[in-house]
Design a protein around this ligand. Structure first.
Ligand code: PTJ
Length: 261
């Protein structure tokens, strides 16, 4: 499908097409379309731009990744469709390991996602086939199967676009979880250690930028930045931002007395 760049919703339509293409190629779950629609709705409410609360979370996330002993980036179907190049660039910049971890796990999807990442320059992709031999306790979805060299032993895990159960299970294991989720009310957003309320397509390149910028900072300064990040306050700001925006939009809508016939 050809979308003219002049279309007012060009970027959004292009992203939708990428997810649809991922379904056609067999690596995005059908349910990924529904998840994407939910994301689009929240992006609309946020204003389809990275807001200051997201910028602050991105800085904290960069500090967490740079001070980690064993950072891992978890990749699912939607992320592979929407931001494969940025995910690989981030893994290289930190450096961090890449691991495929799927809610609707099939061997075929695992392999296809690893292939997409390799096409974008990834050298090693964990979590495919027998490599996902370790188990996250108390988690009953297919997400429980993880790489013994990756998420299982990670101290910091980046989970762009995630379901709440795994975030909670990873937190219970004492791991720092960084989530990217457009819905500030989701269980993932609430349970993560650091929540970036933004579109994965905008947040990922900004995260690569932040990691590159903060790389020259010493550990003490990075830990100071991390300590100053307040997740509760940042989420509250995201919700207030949406509420304020909607109130302003409602106030600006033209009012007419009665129905024009
Ligand atoms: O590839 P799999 O098998 O691991 O499955 C992936 C999906 C996304 C289908 C699975 O994890 C799922 O069902 O997720 P949920 O529970 O629908 O949650 C997805 C969350 O991501 C929702 O809170 C959405 O608002 C949010 N979201 C959707 N698109 C984006 C997003 N957040 C950031 N950027 C987006 N582009």
């Amino acid at each position: 499908m050809v979308i003219p760049p002049t279309h007012p919703r060009y970027r959004s339509l292009l992203e939708r097409e990428k997810v649809v293409e991922g379904v056609r190629e067999g690596y995005v779950a059908l349910q990924g379309l529904i998840a994407h629609g939910r994301g689009e709705c929240f992006d609309y409410l946020i204003g389809e731009a990275t807001q200051p609360f997201a910028e602050r979370a991105i800085e904290a996330a960069a500090a967490a990744l740079l001070t980690a002993r064993h950072p891992v980036i978890s990749v699912n179907g939607n992320v592979a469709a929407l931001a494969p190049g940025d995910v690989v660039a981030l893994a290289k910049a930190v450096p961090a390991l890449l691991e495929v971890n799927l809610f609707y796990r099939t061997r075929e999807r695992e392999e296809k996602i690893a292939e997409v990442l390799r096409r974008h320059g990834a050298e090693e992709v964990l979590g495919v086939g027998e490599d996902a031999a370790c188990t996250i306790p108390e988690l009953f979805s297919e997400r429980r199967r993880v790489s013994c060299r990756g998420i299982y032993v990670a101290d910091v895990v980046l989970v762009p676009l995630e379901d709440g159960d795994r975030t909670e299970a990873l937190r219970r294991l004492g791991k720092t979880v960084i989530a990217i989720d457009l819905n500030p009310l989701s269980r993932t957003a609430q349970a993560a250690s650091i929540t970036i309320v933004d579109n994965v397509t905008r947040a990922m390149p900004k995260l690569v930028e932040a990691v590159t910028r903060l790389k020259s900072w010493d550990r003490k300064r990075l830990l100071g930045l991390l300590r100053s990040y307040d997740k509760g306050a940042t989420l509250a700001e995201a919700v207030s931002h949406i509420a304020k925006r909607l109130t302003e939009i409602a106030a600006s809508l033209p009012r007419r007395g009665g129905v024009v016939v």
